[in-house]
Design a protein around this ligand. Structure first.
Ligand SMILES: [Zn+2]
Ligand SMILES: [Zn+2]
Length: 153
């Protein structure tokens, strides 16, 4: 038995108006070094917990689309404009929630990091798996398994 945060996990934006809940443990955690994440996160990288869409619900506030308004839908609080979650293009079954919006953010360090090719030279995340771009979808099952073991270790 570990001391990990138990679902439902609560997330909220900077002002607290946009609130969300994750009913089941996230599938994996990640940091992304891509230039887009650097700009949207206003930082060296973005932090994400990836959860099943069916486990995720907005419980207060009104998410509005931001970022590039493209295929990936980036949702922000309509008042404080915090970037709270993203629905990635072509992967309707998952949702990416920004780790720092979680009440229990400290309990979700990044397991993998992506877009290392675009990384700022001094940025370090502590992730244990690194990818120049993104992992192949064929690799995903193994990654989820490895994350679960890493988390319980
Ligand atoms: Zn990114
Ligand atoms: Zn807000």
């Amino acid at each position: 038995m570990n001391n990990h945060a138990k679902p439902p996990l609560k997330a909220e934006c900077r002002c607290g108006k946009l609130q969300a809940s994750i009913a089941a443990a996230p599938l994996i955690t990640s940091a992304c070094h891509c230039k887009g994440c650097q700009k949207m996160a206003a930082s060296a990288f973005s932090l994400t917990v990836i959860a099943l869409s069916e486990s995720f619900s907005v419980i207060a506030g009104k998410p509005v689309i931001g970022g590039l308004h493209g295929g990936a839908r980036h949702y922000f609080c309509d008042y404080c404009l915090s970037w709270v979650f993203t629905r990635p293009e072509g992967f309707d079954e998952i949702v990416n929630i920004r780790t720092t919006m979680l009440e229990d953010a400290a309990d979700f360090p990044p397991f993998m990091e992506t877009c290392m090719a675009e990384k700022l030279p001094w940025a370090k995340t502590g992730a244990v798996r690194s990818f120049d771009q993104f992992p192949d979808s064929a690799e995903f099952t193994t990654l989820l398994h490895d994350y679960a073991e890493w988390r319980e270790a």
